[in-house]
Design a protein around this ligand. Structure first.
Ligand SMILES: *[C@@H]1O[C@H](CO)[C@@H](O)[C@H](O)[C@H]1NC(C)=O
Ligand SMILES: *[C@@H]1O[C@H](CO)[C@@H](O)[C@H](O)[C@H]1NC(C)=O
Length: 455
């Protein structure tokens, strides 16, 4: 992390250096904002969490939920103490856990995604005793489970604000699925048919593959061909983005168009896409999370933060945004960035582009008389440039001087408390040609910044 004073000094020389810097910089290092393109009201689509919510209601004070814009929760009772799921003697304890989580989601107006495979008992800890639905095409036990589940969902008012996720990461064979792909596909169709008959109108989500859609991923191509053939396509397509930061397919910029193209190829309806687990553990910092946010906003996709804790911590801390001292919760630097994203970035969204090296991006909004731009780099250092186009769309002259305020989001690790972002003050930048440009000095991989100017 860098001391605020050093940044101020750098920002101070920026105005003079702008022209030189721009001529040196290639598109690979420029992220842009186009103030003339209105993309509608922000709904902070990346403010979802996987697990992260305690079984005891109100254990985490409500300001931490509302402050990060909490709007999606996925859970199913994984690794819940005292109950291991349907196949290990019943799911009663896990279901109570799910019910509590569902009620917390509803309390904050958030949607709930039920990981049905957790309730079955497949949460990654099942080991060699795990059994999977449909062995030898026998679905007797699975039907008993589905019958009980439908009854419990109805009895507890869990048929709205909910999506039913049939199976988590079956493509991680021997972690979350222990049968063949054919057995998985048969299980999928069986579950969808059962649920559509017995719980009509409740949306089905899936396939929640760990791997992003590509035309060479046989889990995806087999799944899409299978659901097209028997009419069991999910209502909402979900998948995960928690792989390597250097894997080009582990990026919405790749997977969103790939998904659209696959659905067209298989003649399926293009509905809503949700990434119900995003960012690998190293990417859970203010800068990389802001990079993910920029992409979720660009593609209008909802995102739920991945969860890299385990045991009792899995269902706490809003998926790595909080920590606690004794029983007192506090927000870390990443929570502060989500707080800014969800509560300060009001008005309307405007169009942006990421750098062509795909490592720097931004999310921008225009409110009545202020522009707010949150930048984020994907575990990158170096000097990038922020280019803000069409200032005249705000009623500003096409040339002049604008004073830009910088707010710094620092990070002292997941367990490190951070306060509100540091106000680094105003720096005046001159501009011409209806475009304002200034550098982003990304001197470490985790700190990030928001830039604001009034008009
Ligand atoms: C996202 O939504 C906005 C507003 O409706 C729309 O203009 C834009 O084209 C959408 N982007 C994508 C990639 O669908
Ligand atoms: C926005 O800026 C770009 C180039 O910077 C220009 O091509 C485009 O016409 C501008 N749009 C409007 C609405 O002024």
């Amino acid at each position: 992390m860098i001391a605020p004073l050093r940044i101020l000094a750098l920002a101070g020389i920026a105005a003079a250096a702008v022209v030189d810097l721009e001529s040196r910089q290639s598109a690979s290092q420029i992220t842009t904002v186009d103030l003339s393109v209105n993309l509608g009201t922000p709904v902070h689509r990346a403010s979802g969490v996987l697990y992260g919510v305690p079984n005891t209601k109100n254990q985490i004070p409500s300001t931490f939920y509302t402050g990060m814009g909490f709007n999606y929760l996925s859970a199913g009772g994984a690794q819940f103490t005292g109950s291991t799921g349907w196949i290990f003697g019943g799911y009663t304890g896990r279901f109570q856990d799910v019910l509590s989580n569902f009620q917390t989601a509803r309390q904050f107006g958030a949607q709930f995604i039920l990981k049905m495979s957790d309730l079955w008992g497949t949460d990654g800890t099942q080991g060699s005793n795990g059994v999977y639905p449909g062995v030898n095409t026998d679905f007797t036990e699975f039907d008993a489970y589905l019958t009980q589940l439908v009854s419990d969902l109805k009895a507890n008012g869990m048929t709205t604000n909910i999506k039913l996720l049939i199976w988590n990461e079956p493509d991680l064979v021997n972690v979350f699925w222990g049968g063949s792909m054919a057995q998985y596909l048969a299980m999928w169709s069986h579950a969808v048919t059962f649920l559509r008959t017995n719980l009509a109108g409740v949306p089905i989500a899936g396939p929640a593959f760990a791997g992003a859609p590509t035309s060479s991923n046989t889990w995806w191509t087999s799944f899409l061909s299978h659901v097209k053939a028997d009419g069991t396509a999910p209502d909402v397509y979900t998948w995960h983005h928690e792989g390597s930061s250097t894997d080009a397919t582990n990026d919405l910029q790749n997977s969103q168009p790939a998904m659209v193209s696959l659905l067209n190829q298989f003649g399926l309806v293009i509905g809503e896409f949700i990434i119900d687990e995003y960012a690998n553990v190293g990417e859970q910092n203010p800068s990389s999370a802001a990079w993910w946010i920029s992409r979720f906003e660009r593609f209008n996709m909802s995102g739920l933060r991945g969860n890299w804790l385990s045991g009792a911590n899995l269902q706490d801390f809003l998926s790595g945004l909080l920590w606690k001292s004794g029983s007192t919760y506090f927000g870390n630097g990443e929570w502060q960035m989500y707080n800014y994203y969800a509560t300060s970035m009001t008005g309307h969204r405007v169009a942006t582009t990421g750098s062509t090296d795909r490592l720097m991006d931004n999310y921008a909004v225009v409110d009545t008389n202020i522009v707010r731009i949150l930048v984020g780099g994907r575990l990158v250092t170096g000097t990038y440039s922020l280019q803000i186009k069409n200032l005249s769309a705000l009623g500003l002259a096409t040339a002049g001087t604008i004073s830009v305020l910088t707010r710094q989001f620092s990070f002292a690790g997941t367990e490190g408390q951070e306060g509100a972002p540091t106000d680094l003050g105003l720096v005046a930048h001159t501009y011409t040609g209806n475009v304002l440009s200034f550098p982003i000095f990304q001197t470490d991989t985790v700190t990030t910044w928001a830039f604001e100017f009034s008009f």
